[in-house]
Design a protein around this ligand. Structure first.
Ligand SMILES: Nc1ncnc2c1ncn2[C@@H]1O[C@H](COP(=O)(O)OP(=O)(O)OP(=O)(O)O)[C@@H](O)[C@H]1O
Length: 644
């Protein structure tokens, strides 16, 4: 996403009550509201903005087809039931109308009530059977829908998660990517109702066709009037859906930020920071402001939806009045027999109910189609952004990694984060990377591991350019402790083995635990390796910051990788833990290439080679003893670190 401009919003604009504003003040100074962000770029334009009404309505068959195809992949038999049931309902409706007409004739003729009922009985039995059949078809259709919907939702939800996990890492920096993801989430939510909507739409459509065919037979004048009675409701429903979507579209960015804020504000992981820095008032104010901004857009559209509703109801009411008037006129003037007029009343009611359902569910489908399109567009985009490198595979030991004049620039940045780095790493070597904040150290590790591909230059593993290598085979060879590592809400064992093929015994897990000195701490947990590391969940336990970092290190060591990268691996550890980790790194270094990124320059003593990065370039390199006396940046940083 590329912020076009940001603007602080006046609290009054957000209609905060004075009590709320006072509550949110620290002392007498009101907190600044969240900046308003508007976006530019290809995704900032509502795709519905220019579309015509006809074009929009024409989407319904397409979306029906798409829903059927999606459901077909989940449960073919249930789809067959779903399609058969509306047909049965339609046949039942036709039979019901025909039998009603047949029953009306004797019922409305002369004779005793018993005689009339007796004559009408066979037709009435058929009416009963047809009604029962229609009801049974409805129940079976609901059952079929329930067989499909949960799995369909899981499939689409998982597809979305997988697509995001699999994109090239650089996609996340692309204009609007995360907002498109937020929009796609709505598509997943709609999958929970879309099969029901589609099933009801189809069933109502078939009922409507059969009932209107019956009406046409009774009197051709009634049908157009009936259609006119429901058409305004249809137009109204589609226009309302369009307004709703426009609001949804305008709110995407704010909802996205609000969702993130919600997690960061409420997760206990950051609870200490929130409380001890008295952030709660401001965060709640912020959250409320974002919600009010979304509400304001919705409220601004309310008069439009009111106008649409009133006008369409007025038009529908007038046409309906005309329909009933026409029917009365036909019956009174003798143009239609009384029995047929009575049947026509039933037929008109049936058609009207079916038409209303067609309209309601058609509008819901149309609405769904908008969100499904967003979801599909995002999935297509994410698929297009999945790594497409080459077929080469890294196998066996990694003897050499070479960087040739590597350049990398983040999207939207005006200068490269890595601006021409050449370097050779050999098996058995330990490389230390040092440099100021923002000098490009983490970016360099991402390029070495192939998380990012170089814009210019090459990263070559065992003679193969990473641009031509299947990244999965590269990442099978790497173990990374990043600066910001995840604290997975999993058991201790999975926190260590995550990303590895499953093992059936714990010996290697304990080895990795011992390597980072965590055995005692894990023995103290309620159920050892089986303890769930999620304080929020009943039975879960929490580790200290340093212990979490040890777990992150043990995860990388457990992999026994050919390339081990540790980005500030001991920043939260006590000296004993730090010492133990570095001893371990030295002990296992012979079999692999090791890279340590650190600001603690003392730790670089263990390295065979040190590079100093400044603004994405290597400005100094050598061994510790050489650099200490070289009088350059390394020596300066070292002097500063001991000047207390
Ligand atoms: N995901 C990203 N998107 C855009 N720019 C980024 C991203 N990550 C880093 N940068 C930019 O790239 C430059 C180098 O960042 P990098 O994280 O590699 O620095 P570093 O040397 O590891 O810093 P530190 O010592 O603070 O960890 C910085 O200017 C930073 O703003």
């Amino acid at each position: 996403m590329s912020p076009q401009h940001t603007r602080d919003t006046d609290p009054e604009e957000l209609n905060l009550t004075s009590a709320e504003t006072t509550n949110n003040q620290v002392g007498s100074i009101p907190p600044p509201p969240p900046a308003e962000i508007t976006y530019s770029g290809e995704y900032s334009v509502n795709p519905l903005g220019q579309a015509s009404f006809g074009k929009l309505s024409a989407q319904i068959p397409t979306v029906l087809g798409r829903i059927i195809r999606m459901a077909w992949r989940i449960d073919r038999r249930a789809v067959v039931w779903l399609l058969a049931c509306p047909v049965l309902t339609g046949i039942a409706a036709a039979v019901l109308l025909a039998a009603t007409a047949r029953a009306m004739r004797p019922l409305l003729s002369g004779g005793t009530v018993t005689d009339r009922l007796h004559q009408a009985l066979p037709a009435l039995v058929v009416v009963g059977i047809a009604a029962g059949l229609a009801r049974t078809a409805g129940v079976v259709a609901t059952y079929a829908e329930r067989r499909i919907t949960p799995r369909l939702t899981t499939e689409t939800d998982t597809a979305l998660v997988e697509a995001v996990c699999r994109v090239e890492a650089c996609a996340h920096a692309v204009d609007g990517f995360s907002d498109r993801q937020e929009a796609a989430e709505m598509g997943v939510i709609r999958t929970q109702v879309m099969v029901t909507d589609a099933q009801r739409f189809l069933s109502a459509l078939i009922r409507m066709v059969t009932a209107s065919a019956a009406i046409s037979v009774l009197n051709p004048l009634l049908l157009p009037l009936l259609l006119l009675a429901v058409l305004p409701a249809g137009v109204g429903a589609v226009l309302t859906a369009r307004v709703d979507y426009a609001i949804h579209y305008a709110n995407i960015a704010d909802r996205n930020v609000r969702g993130m804020m919600r997690w960061w504000s409420t997760t206990p992981k950051y609870g200490d920071e929130v409380r001890a820095n008295s952030m709660t008032d401001y965060l709640v104010f912020w959250y409320r402001s974002l919600s009010q901004r979304c509400d304001a857009r919705t409220l601004a559209a309310a008069p439009r939806t009111l106008r649409i509703g009133l006008l369409s109801s007025l038009a529908a009411g007038m046409f309906l009045l005309a329909t009933w008037g026409a029917l009365a006129w036909l019956a009174v003037t003798g143009r239609i027999a009384l029995a047929l007029a009575a049947t026509a009343v039933v037929a008109v009611q049936t058609t009207l109910a079916a038409l209303s359902q067609v309209i309601t569910n058609g509008a819901a489908l149309f609405h769904t189609s908008l969100y499904l399109t967003d979801m599909q567009t995002f999935l297509d985009d994410a698929t297009a952004r999945a790594p497409k490198r080459g077929p080469l595979q890294v196998s066996g030991p990694v003897d050499e990694i070479r960087l040739d004049e590597v350049v990398y620039q983040y999207p939207g940045k005006d200068k490269p984060a890595i601006a021409g780095v050449s370097l050779t790493l050999r098996r058995g070597n330990i490389l230390a990377i040092v440099g100021a904040n923002g000098s490009g150290k983490s970016t360099l590790t991402r390029l070495i591991t192939g998380i990012y591909l170089a814009d210019k230059g090459r990263v070559i593993w065992n003679g193969m350019d990473l641009a031509d290598v299947d990244p999965a085979t590269v990442w099978q060879k790497t173990g990374l402790v990043p600066q910001l590592f995840a604290q997975w809400p999993l058991r201790v064992r999975e926190n260590i083995t995550l990303g590895q093929p499953r093992t059936h015994h714990d010996e290697p897990v304990w080895e990795a635990v011992d390597a980072v000195g965590m055995r005692e701490a894990i023995d103290d947990l309620p159920t050892g390796l089986d303890t769930l590391l999620a304080r929020e969940i009943f039975g879960g336990a929490e580790l200290s910051g340093g212990q979490w970092q040890r777990i992150a290190c043990s995860r990388a060591l457990y992999r026994q990788p050919a390339l081990l990268i540790l980005d500030e691996p001991t920043s939260q550890m006590d000296p004993r833990g730090e010492h133990q980790i570095f001893e371990r790194i030295k002990a296992i270094a012979a079999d692999r290439i090791t890279i340590v990124v650190t600001h603690r320059l003392e730790n670089t003593k263990l390295a065979d080679h040190i590079v100093v990065l400044e603004e994405g370039r290597i400005t100094e390199q050598g061994r510790y003893d050489d650099l200490v006396h070289a009088g350059g940046t390394f020596a300066e940083l070292l002097a500063l670190s001991s000047d207390r």
